[in-house]
Design a protein around this ligand. Structure first.
Ligand code: AHM
Ligand code: MG
Length: 349
């Protein structure tokens, strides 16, 4: 081989575009399937993508916080540095409170419902969100994410009420998450399958990277916090034993993977199959994760990708919410694996 670089003209390697679909185009194409649609949901989804970009930009700078200044104080540029979860929460609220499309919001970061200020118009939709789930992981550069869920209002008009917020997950009209990881990804459903988009930071656009995600019917990975093993109830401990037993015919033992950041653990489960669980235990008898902000939106995604989401005895999307910050035990992932969990949890096995 010649070392003379001038001997051949090197063609730069450029990935040849296949089909480039921006998230905006994708959302718009879905809307045209509903000629009666006014475009309100379309606008809400655009705004979710925008919120994801704003939060992602700050998450990517997280490691620089110590250089730029501690949170809660003034940085070297004289700007006030906010905690990232407060920033993310405010980002959602400030993006959505004035658009005239929502009648009320609720956030995992707020004790009470978030009203639409009276100077703005109210619309037909309701938004619930966990602005930055897993934020305790940020210092270790572990992926975190935003999770969101949209419903049509129940009350007829005016400011939304708690009745508009306390719903069954099966009533969701759209839900999804934005993962801030090695790349920023938005995954969403409007009830006709699940699509995933990766942010190209150089052009600031989410591009369709995972069309029509379908998860494997059966997986070989389980995901839970095994540190609490001795605090698990017997049914869950037996399920875990089962997953760890050796049996080539049924593909066991399963591998264990646990990041401790729900968006990352669920995203892996969606792509590779298996089960993500946060069961009830002696430590957290009602489970830890929140029905309205975490279980319902992720449950909707799982089902739309061909998987399942259960409390261990009931379909997540059938649980009627009675409190904004209600917790539920959670098992979600590949259909066959979640069915197995239910068999153990309900005493069939
Ligand atoms: P958060 O909403 O306070 O961030 O807590 C939710 C997080 C999830 O991302 C993750 O699945 C879970 O808590 C991890 O909990 P644990 O540390 O008990 O395993
Ligand atoms: Mg959370």
């Amino acid at each position: 081989m010649s070392n003379d670089l001038t001997a051949t003209t090197k063609t730069p390697i450029v990935t040849r575009p296949n089909q480039i679909v921006t998230i905006e185009r994708h959302i718009l194409e879905r809307q045209t399937a509903y000629p009666e649609a006014r475009g309100d949901l379309t606008q809400l989804l655009y705004d979710i993508a925008l919120t994801g970009k704003l939060i992602g930009r700050e998450v990517n700078k997280a490691g620089l916080v110590d250089i730029l200044g501690e949170t809660g104080i003034t940085n070297v540029q004289g700007e006030r540095v906010q905690k990232l979860d407060d920033y993310a929460n405010e980002c959602f609220i400030k993006t959505f409170d004035h658009g005239g499309l929502l009648c009320v919001m609720a956030s995992e970061e707020e004790d009470e419902a978030v009203p639409i200020p009276s100077r703005f118009e109210c619309g037909d939709y309701v938004l619930l969100f966990d602005p930055l789930d897993g934020s305790s992981n940020i210092d270790a550069n572990v992926s975190v994410g935003s999770i969101w869920s949209i419903y049509k209002r129940k009350t007829a008009s005016g400011p939304g009420t708690i009745e508009d917020l306390l719903r069954q997950g099966s009533e969701q009209v759209a839900a999804g998450y934005i993962a801030y990881g090695s790349s920023t990804m938005m995954v969403y459903t409007t009830g006709t399958g699940v699509s995933g988009f990766t942010l190209d930071p150089s052009i600031g656009e989410f591009l369709l990277s995972h069309p029509d995600i379908q998860m494997p019917k059966q997986g070989s990975i389980y995901s839970l916090n095994e540190g609490y093993r001795n605090l698990l109830f017997d049914s869950t401990a037996r399920f875990l034993d089962y997953l760890q037993e050796e049996d080539a015919e049924t593909g066991r033992p399963y591998s264990g993977r646990y990041i401790g950041s729900m968006v990352a653990d669920v995203h892996r489960t969606l792509l590779y199959g298996g089960i993500f669980m946060y069961p009830a235990s002696k430590k957290a008898p009602g489970g830890k994760l929140r029905l309205m902000y975490e279980a319902n939106p992720m449950g909707f995604i799982m089902e739309q990708a061909g998987g399942m989401a259960s409390t261990g005895s009931e379909r997540i999307l059938d649980v009627q919410a009675t409190e904004l910050h209600q917790r539920v035990p959670l098992y979600m992932g590949s259909e066959e694996t979640v069915k197995l969990a239910i068999e153990f949890e309900t005493g069939v096995r």
